[in-house]
Design a protein around this ligand. Structure first.
Ligand code: TPP
Ligand code: MG
Length: 472
């Protein structure tokens, strides 16, 4: 308490110096002693100040649109050392505008014809990497078509596509190393594909068979792989974001030359977990990359109902995190931005936020029909005019690295491989019923034992309601 009083007095004395220049304060000892008596509400002394401020002339009480540089115009030279840093005083009462005149620009390298924009600044991608990137994007498209159909045929229970977001998946993965820890939402299977997860492994998970690493306990698309440093998908929105920050903190403490990377949607940024995590990352200066896929929709909720800020990128600055907005349908821009972000995150020990602007071309999932809440024309436009895979293909074709023949070969072989994987996955036995109750507790507690007994009795009584291929 005594320490706090001393600090307050020091702060107050500094403040007196500053205010002295306005010739507004009667510097008597009685004023300062009454100030101390009112420590619970120090601002009560400034009750008469508004009049004085008015006399010094307030131009406007409305917030004005202002750019960063004009933000602090009209500052006086007086600077005070507040807890948290020095702040300059201003005689003007000026509110910070709720929205800047111009939205934050979006970094782009490839135009719609797959041509690098003159003057664009990007990291060169070798032919080998570019071809792997393109092949993986095309593979994602094929996976989406075939798994989506499999769900429609009733062969798997659920699916969610990445249509329109293939570049975010693959280009970001290409710019990372496999030592980087990935904490995904659910629309980033391409990162796992890039790291070598096989068609068979994807199919085993979607068909919930015995070979699924999650032992069939998760819905389809909840992939995970220890081998590939890809944490299992948790579709409880945004819960992966604090996990990524915690992991990044441990990478920093262990002095490991890697970062954590977390993906989430625009909807995820409305969760408290996002805010707590990004703030923690900033304060603890941890090597984490936040990749927000701002695809315009959180199921049927448009971004205009999620936030009024200029998207997500501006929130980085609010939390003291270096940030960039990128065209999410431009593989080269994403590759360059993630590459640069990774270097900064690891070498400077700092979090980075990337907002990738894109559009969710597919329905939210197989449980959704997005034509009920958005115009079909809009979906079609994004699908045809802004497809990230076509744009990247044009770029590799312009470079002489790709042609129609290679395209047909690739698509046929991936299709064949995936159909074979599905046939195999369907035939693999399901995990046993007992697996539902294992792996959380060393010894299952009594409530779980009761639940297991009840389940077994119910299956016996109603065998027609349960799959016959689940081993007891
Ligand atoms: C904590 C929580 N709240 C609500 C849901 C239901 N839910 C599932 S997906 C989703 C929308 C997420 O949107 P976004 O983060 O933008 O990701 P996108 O699906 O667009 O890729 C919601 C609300 C959930 N899974 N978890
Ligand atoms: Mg979204």
């Amino acid at each position: 308490m005594a320490l706090w009083m001393r600090k307050s007095l020091k702060t107050f004395n500094n403040f007196k110096c500053i205010m002295g220049s306005f010739a507004m304060i009667n510097q008597t000892s009685s004023w300062s002693s009454s100030f101390i008596q009112n420590l619970r509400n120090p601002y009560s002394h400034f009750g008469n100040l508004p009049t004085l401020f008015y006399s010094s002339g307030v131009e406007s009480t409305t917030a004005q649109n202002q750019s960063d540089s004009s933000f602090n115009s009209g500052c006086s030279q007086q600077v005070m050392d507040f807890p948290g840093g020095k702040v300059r005083f201003s005689p003007e009462m000026k509110f910070i505008s709720e929205s800047p005149e111009e939205r934050v620009h979006c970094y782009q390298v490839l135009d719609e014809n797959g041509k690098p924009i003159t003057g664009s600044n990007y990291i060169q991608v070798s032919e080998e990497v570019a071809l792997k990137m393109y092949s993986n994007m095309a593979t994602l498209q094929i996976m989406d078509t075939i798994f989506y159909e499999a769900q429609r045929q009733g062969r798997i229970s659920f699916y969610a596509t990445t249509i329109g977001e293939e570049a975010i998946n693959i280009a970001s993965a290409a710019a990372l190393t496999t030592d980087d820890l990935v904490f995904p939402q659910y629309r980033e299977p391409g990162v796992l594909l890039w790291r070598g997860f096989t068609m068979q492994e994807f199919a085993n998970q979607c068909f919930s068979n015995k070979a699924d690493y999650g032992k069939g306990r998760q819905m389809p698309i909840h992939y995970g792989s220890n081998k590939h440093n890809y944490f299992t998908v948790a579709s409880t929105i945004a819960t992966q974001i604090p996990h990524a920050v915690g992991a990044a903190y441990s990478l920093k403490m262990d002095k490991i030359d890697a970062c954590a990377v977390t993906y989430f949607g625009d909807g995820g940024t409305s969760e408290g977990d996002f805010h707590a995590a990004i703030n923690f990352a900033a304060v603890r200066e941890v090597p984490v990359i936040f990749i927000c896929r701002n695809n315009g929709w959180a199921i049927s909720t448009p971004t205009s109902d999620q936030f009024r800020s200029d998207g997500v990128v501006v929130r980085g600055q609010a939390y003291g995190v270096r940030s960039i907005r990128v065209d999410g349908n431009d593989g080269l821009a994403l590759y360059s931005a993630v590459h640069a972000a990774r270097n900064m995150a690891i070498n400077e020990h700092r979090p980075i936020l990337i907002e990738a602007l894109t559009y969710r071309v597919g329905h939210h999932s197989t449980s959704d029909d997005s034509t009920k809440y958005r115009p079909v024309d809009e979906i079609e436009w994004w699908k045809l005019a802004r497809d990230p895979v076509t744009r990247f293909r044009k770029w590799i074709e312009n470079n002489g690295w790709w042609n129609g023949e290679r395209e047909t070969q690739l698509r046929n072989s991936v299709k064949e491989e995936l159909l074979h994987a599905i046939q195999v996955a369907e035939k693999v036995e399901k995990p046993p019923v007992a697996d539902i109750f294992t792996d959380v507790y060393d010894v299952p507690p009594s409530n779980l034992r009761v639940q297991e007994k009840l389940l077994r009795e119910t299956i016996e009584r109603h065998p027609q309601d349960y799959p016959s291929d689940v081993p007891k």
